[in-house]
Write a protein that binds this ligand. Structure first.
Ligand SMILES: O=C(O)C(=O)C[C@]1(C(=O)O)C=C[C@@H](O)C=C1
Length: 307
C-alpha cells in the first residue's frame, strides 16, 4: 500500500483529492505543501498530493516553485476537485459576533465577496490550511471565532456550519497532482494526456519567449497553462512553467521538448500523465506520429542519395 504525503491535517481539500486519486493509500498529513513534497523526496512517503492551480486564484506558487528547485519529482496523475467553502464555528456562535476568522489564503481570495458582505468588520487571518483553521477554531480558548473550510472539516472537528457555499463562485475547481520520485516507468499514453515542464532560459535576449513558444507551435502542441516565476536572482529574471496537451511518447511532444532542450538553459521534465478531464488534443495536419515517422524515413532516404 503506498504512503502518500499531503497538506493536512485531516479534512483539507487536498485530503479529499488524495482519497479520490488513491482510495487505498496510507495518508501522511503534513503541515505545508513543502513538507509534503519533502516527505516524498526524502522517502518518508512514496509520493505526495499537492494543489497546483485553482480556477479562480490561478497557480499555487509554492507548488510551482517546489517543482522547479530541489530533487526532481514526477507527476503521475491529476485530479480536478470542485471546492465548496463553509463558514464554521463552535456551537452557539452567531455571525454578527464573529470578529476573527481563520482560513487558508486561497480561501480568503475565493470568499472575498462573502467576507466583505457578511463579515465586514472581521479580521481574517491566514492559516496553514483550511482544516488547520477548523481544528484551531474547535479548541476551547481559540483566539478565532470562525473558520472557512470544507463542510467535512467542520464535521470532523465538531464545528457547526453557519453558512454554506460562501465562495464567490459555486463552480470553483482546484487541480491537484500526485507526484513521486523518478525511476518508475511513466504512465502509458492514453490519447488524452498532459505534460508539464519547467524551462530556464540560457540567456535573456529579445524573442526568447517567442522562440520557446515556436517549438510548441510548429509541432502543433497546444499549451494549457504558462506561468513565469522569478528565479530569485534579481528583478526581471524569470523561469517558465508549461502544461500542454499530449504525452512525451507522442512524436510532436518529444520533438518540441527536444527543441527546447537545444535552445534553453535547462528543461526540467515534470511528467506526462492522463488528463483528468479526458479531453483529447486536436491534432494538426502534419503532426501525427505517422507523419513524423514518414518524414524521418524520407529524410533518411535523401541523405542516402535516394532522391
Ligand atoms: O487548505 C486546504 O484545504 C487545501 O487543501 C489547500 C487549498 C489550496 O492551496 O488552494 C486547496 C484547495 C482550495 O483552493 C483551498 C486551499
Amino acid at each position: 500500500m503506498p504512503r502518500l504525503a499531503y497538506l493536512g491535517p485531516e479534512g483539507t481539500f487536498t485530503e479529499e483529492a488524495l482519497r479520490l486519486l488513491d482510495p487505498v493509500a496510507e495518508r501522511l498529513p503534513c503541515a505545508t505543501v513543502s513538507a509534503a513534497l519533502a516527505a516524498a523526496r526524502g522517502g518518508e512517503a512514496d509520493g505526495a498530493v499537492v494543489p497546483l492551480e485553482n480556477s479562480v486564484e490561478g497557480a499555487i506558487t509554492t507548488t510551482l516553485d517546489e517543482f522547479a528547485w530541489g530533487e526532481p519529482l514526477l507527476i503521475d496523475a491529476e485530479l480536478l476537485l470542485p471546492v465548496r467553502f463553509s463558514l464554521l464555528a463552535r456551537p452557539g456562535t452567531e455571525i454578527p459576533h464573529i470578529k476573527r476568522v481563520y482560513t487558508h489564503p486561497a480561501a480568503i481570495t475565493q470568499c472575498r465577496a462573502f467576507i466583505s458582505r457578511e463579515l465586514p468588520d472581521a479580521v481574517v487571518v491566514a492559516a496553514p490550511s483550511t482544516a488547520a483553521a477548523a481544528q484551531e477554531v474547535s479548541l476551547p480558548g481559540s483566539p478565532y471565532d470562525a473558520a472557512i473550510a470544507a463542510r467535512i472539516a467542520g464535521e470532523h472537528y465538531g464545528l457547526v456550519e453557519l453558512a454554506g457555499d460562501v465562495g464567490d463562485r459555486t463552480d470553483t475547481v482546484t487541480r491537484f497532482v500526485k507526484v513521486a520520485r523518478p525511476g518508475r516507468p511513466l504512465p502509458e499514453p492514453t490519447g488524452a494526456d498532459r505534460t508539464t515542464l519547467v524551462v530556464f532560459l540560457a540567456d535573456d535576449h529579445p524573442g526568447a519567449l517567442l522562440e520557446m513558444l515556436t517549438e510548441f507551435s510548429v509541432r502543433g502542441v497546444n499549451l494549457t497553462r504558462i506561468e513565469s516565476r522569478p528565479t530569485g536572482d534579481g528583478i526581471g529574471r524569470y523561469f517558465f512553467h508549461f502544461d500542454f496537451e499530449g504525452h512525451v511518447a507522442d512524436a510532436r511532444v518529444g520533438e518540441a521538448i527536444a527543441g527546447l532542450h537545444r535552445i534553453c538553459g535547462e528543461v526540467r521534465f515534470l511528467g506526462s500523465y492522463p488528463r483528468a478531464d479526458g479531453v483529447e488534443p486536436r491534432v494538426k495536419r502534419g503532426t501525427t506520429d505517422e507523419e513524423f515517422a514518414e518524414a524521418g524515413d524520407w529524410l533518411a532516404r535523401i541523405r542516402a542519395g535516394q532522391v
